[in-house]
Design a binder for this molecule. Sequence first.
Ligand code: ACO
Length: 401
Amino acid sequence: GIDISSLRAQTGLITLDNGYGNTGSCQSNICYIDGDNGILRYRGYPIEQLAEQSTFAETAYLLIFGELPGESQLQEFRNQLTEHQFIHEDMLHAFEGFPADAPPMAILSAMINALGCFQPVFMSPDDDDHFMDPAARLMSKVRTIAAASYRKSIGKPMNYPRSDLRYTANFLHQLLSLPHKPYEPDDVVVDALDKLLILHADHEQNCSTSTVRMVGSAQANLYASVAAGVCALWGPLHGGANVAVMEMLQQLHDSGMTPEEYMEKVKNKEAGIRLMGFGHRVYKNFDPRAKIIKQACDNVLDRLGIHDPLLDIAKRLEEVALEDDYFIERKLYPNVDFYSGIIMRAIGIPTNMFTVIFAIGRLPGWISHWREVHMAPAKIDRPRQIYTGAPKRDYVPMDKR
Ligand code: ACO
C-alpha cells in the first residue's frame, strides 16, 4: 500500500533506518566513540585519562569550549560556577506547587524551563568569553535545582549552596546536609562522584543529546532545549536504566532468586524482562565507562567500609553473562549504568535521584552540542517517514459512521 514512486518523484529517495542505528544526523567535533573496540574520547582525549586525571568542572570546560583550560581560564570558570550557584528566590515558590511525591526528573525538567524565564536567553554561542556565563550559570543552577527537588521530595527545606566548596562537594552538601549535621566532604567520595559525572558528561548522539540538538535546531533557547533533553533521559531505556538496575538487584536480593535463575528468565524473555545495565546501541564490546565505574565502586565501598550484597549480585550476574552464549552472540556487555547505582547508594544518594545525577553529568555535553548546533549554519532537523496509514478516503458524516 505504500506509493514509494510518488514519494521519490516529490522528494528523492527516503531511507528508513529504525532507531537511526546507521544514520548520522550531524557532523560533530565533540565526542568520538568506537563501539566495536570500546573506545570513548571527549575532544580527542581518552575517557580513561580524563576520569583519572581531570575534574568534572575541567572536563565540562573541555567539552563546551573545545580545549583543556589554562589555569586562569579554569579559575574563571570555577568562579562563575560559584557566582551563579543561587536560584532566584521566586523560583522557590514553584517548588511548592509540586506534590511531595513528584519525580525529581519531572521537577528538574520543568524548573530548567522556568529558569529560562529568570535569565537572559539571548546569547552569543560563538563567543567563548560571552558563552562562559550562560554555560556556568546553567550548570551551577541545575545542581541547585536538582538538590532542591530532592529536599522537596523529603519535605525538607533546601540547603543553600556554599561558596567554599567546589562543584561536586557543594552538590553533596546541598543534597545531604542536615541542620544538626552539615555534610563533611570526604575526598574519596567526592572524587568518586566527580568521576561518575565525568563519565556521563557526553556520549555523542544518544537519545537525550539528539533531542537537545533537534530542539535547538529550531533555534529554541538553551534552557528549553536542555529541558527537553532531561525528559528524554528520564526513560528507562536511557538514563532511567540506573534506577532499573537497582530495582532489579534489590528484587533479586529480596526474593532470594539466584542470579542464574534470573538469567534464565531474561534469556527466555519472560514478560519481556531484560538484564538492566547490559547492552548498548553502539558498544558491541565492553563499555569503557563500565570498567572505570566498577573499579571506582570497589574503592568507594572499601573506603566507606560498606559491604553491599547488591554488588555481589551484580558481579555474579556479570560473570554469568560473560560466559553465556545468549549474551555473547548478541554482544551484550555491562554499560555505564550497571555499577553506577551501587556507588551512588553507598554515598547516600537516594535511588530517585540517580537519573538526576546522570542529568547533571550529561549537562556539559548537552550545552556543547546545543552550542555546536548554533555555531554551524542553521538548518532545522526534520526527518522524513515512510507513511503506512490508510490510503485516501472520503470524510464520513457522523450519522453515517
Ligand atoms: N537483556 C537481555 N537481552 C537484551 C538486552 C538486555 N539488557 N539488551 C538487548 N537484548 C537483546 C534483545 O532482546 C535482542 O534480542 P533478539 O535479537 O533475540 O530480539 C537483541 O539483544 C538486540 O537488542 P535491541 O533491543 O535490538 O538492541 P538496541 O541496540 O536497540 O538496544 C539498549 C540497546 C536499549 C541499551 C538495550 O540493550 C537495553 O534495553 N538494555 C537494557 C537497558 C539499559 O541498560 N539501558 C542503558 C543504556 S546506556 C545509557 O543510556 C547510558
